[in-house]
Design a protein around this ligand. Structure first.
Ligand SMILES: [Zn+2]
Length: 206
């Protein structure tokens, strides 16, 4: 079980004690030094429980839950800072900002692969790509070839999931059995996930 984008250290610690095996401390809205300090604190705590920690450096734009980053406040990860960040915090994986955003794209994003290649060259830990909904198959595969080991896709699942539930209720306005009205929604998400696993060439690797 993985806890995504958490900026509350107390809550994160509760989740770790409750049995999460992997957590993301997202202090990317703080300044660089504070991001390091907060991430260090979480890593120190998580190590005691053998829990792996993902952090974020740079700032992925867009909207995810209550986290809203305006386009003008988003910025890409600096490779030298990323190396220093990884060394100072001892984090297990790092989410990097290379041009994706959370949520729905108006235009297909242009990813900064040179930046990613540079980070892959100097950083030993797995790199993570957030905001991958709407990124083309070709770009996802290129990102994987340049060191991305985990890809977060949410919007591309949430929209069809909700669409199927709405459709079900349009056709069956009196429905009340979640085992029935969730089924087409779960099926559509399942088929997209299977497709994404294949695009990332992650099949048979778990
Ligand atoms: Zn994310």
């Amino acid at each position: 079980l993985h806890l995504d984008h958490c900026s509350n250290v107390g809550f994160l610690q509760e989740c770790i004690m409750a049995g999460y095996k992997s957590v993301m401390i997202d202090a990317s809205l703080e300044d660089y030094e504070d991001n390091i300090k907060i991430t260090q604190e979480v890593v120190k705590f998580a190590k005691k429980y053998n829990v792996s920690v993902e952090a974020e450096l740079g700032r992925v734009g867009g909207v995810e839950d209550d986290r809203v980053v305006d386009e003008k406040d988003a910025y890409l990860t600096d490779p030298a800072m990323a190396l220093e960040f990884v060394e100072k915090t001892g984090v297990d994986s790092l989410a990097v900002a290379i041009g994706t955003a959370h949520g729905v794209y108006e235009f297909e994003p242009e990813l900064d692969f040179n930046r990613l290649a540079k980070m892959d060259e100097i950083i030993d830990i797995p790199l993570v790509l957030h905001g991958a909904s709407g990124v083309s198959e070709k770009d996802i595969q290129k990102a994987v070839s340049l060191g991305i080991c985990k890809i977060n896709i949410s919007t591309e699942l949430k929209i069809p999931f909700s669409r199927e539930i709405k459709k079900y209720f349009d056709e069956n306005p009196m429905a009340s059995d979640p085992r029935k009205y969730f089924t087409p929604a779960k099926d559509v998400v399942k088929s997209i996930v299977i497709d994404k696993i294949k695009i990332c060439r992650s099949n048979n690797k778990a």
